[in-house]
Design a binder for this molecule. Structure first.
Ligand SMILES: [Zn+2]
Ligand SMILES: [Zn+2]
Length: 131
């Protein structure tokens, strides 16, 4: 079980599982949306995710290609993304977790579009695009 929240604290959520793969996504959209080198997410089953407060603050940005990105309309924290192609999965932004996470990165994806100013220095598997 995990708990998490956005920066302003209006949105709180729980995840009814202990772990899932931790993915670093280096695609350009993730870099833009985070303002950083990559987005770090834990992939979980949608059925395990529950918003416990602040549902009304959640705003969804719809990408072309069926990707939805959810963020707090008050503080701007990214919370999760979903893909129409995999409706049963969610990718929760790991930086919003309040509970401790004891696993490490599982893989890097979209390494082909990684920022040229960032070097990957761990030994996790790297995928040129989505594996
Ligand atoms: Zn917020
Ligand atoms: Zn991405």
């Amino acid at each position: 079980m995990h708990t998490g929240s956005c920066l302003c604290g209006q949105i709180n959520y729980t995840i009814a599982s202990d772990s899932g793969p931790i993915i670093y996504c280096h695609c350009k959209r993730c870099r833009k949306s985070s303002g950083s080198a990559f987005v770090t997410s834990m992939q979980i089953e949608r059925a395990d995710f529950k918003v416990t407060s602040g549902q009304d603050f959640i705003k969804i940005f719809h990408h072309d290609g069926g990707v939805d990105r959810a963020f707090c309309s008050n503080c701007g924290s990214q919370l999760f993304s979903t893909r129409a192609a995999t409706p049963d999965l969610m990718r929760i932004r790991l930086g919003t977790f309040d509970s401790e996470v004891d696993s490490k990165v599982s893989s890097h994806i979209f390494v082909d579009s990684k920022a040229e100013w960032h070097d990957i220095l761990d030994n996790a598997p790297q995928h040129a695009q989505r594996p």
